[in-house]
Design a protein around this ligand. Sequence first.
Ligand SMILES: C[S@@+](CC[C@H](N)C(=O)[O-])C[C@H]1O[C@@H](n2cnc3c(N)ncnc32)[C@H](O)[C@@H]1O
Length: 157
Amino acid sequence: MLLLEMGYCKGWRVEIIGADISHRVLQQARKAVYGKSSFRATEEAYIKRFFREQEGSYRIADEVKELVTISHLNLFDQNRLALLGKVDVIFCRNVIIYFDQTAKKKVVEVFYRTLREGGYLLLGHSESLMNISTAFTLRHLRNDMVYQKPRSSGGST
Ligand SMILES: C[S@@+](CC[C@H](N)C(=O)[O-])C[C@H]1O[C@@H](n2cnc3c(N)ncnc32)[C@H](O)[C@@H]1O
């Protein structure tokens, strides 16, 4: 939605992959229909522009849906992740929080390899890479913190 709003989709090849290990969760995601409670933190303008109300539920607009592929993925399946190629941003919210320390390190290493140089890793609000990885640079944004894979040239943008 943000990319469409800012016009970045024009001239860019935008691919968003939504992944989970649970087939039930994937089935739900493919429907792309959300209840009112999904919009606790969504500005009204986005709901109006990108969702269509249908009997109390909200279906996402095709222009957004078309950018997203929903795919089965086990984060520990390194071969499968390698097939994705390099990505610019990884959003992984409230997932590694449930893994033990060894598993967290393994998954974050895979994220590091999967990201392009200068790419970003976004975790949940209560999650951090403390005691997991020192490979990323912590960047403070206006309302959030994100992890950035450093560029080998040392540049920050
Ligand atoms: C607490 S939910 C978080 C969902 C969503 N990111 C959010 O913040 O609302 C954790 C999700 O991680 C998925 N998951 C757990 N282990 C996984 C793994 N090894 N690979 C991929 N997904 C996994 C679960 O199926 C579940 O959908």
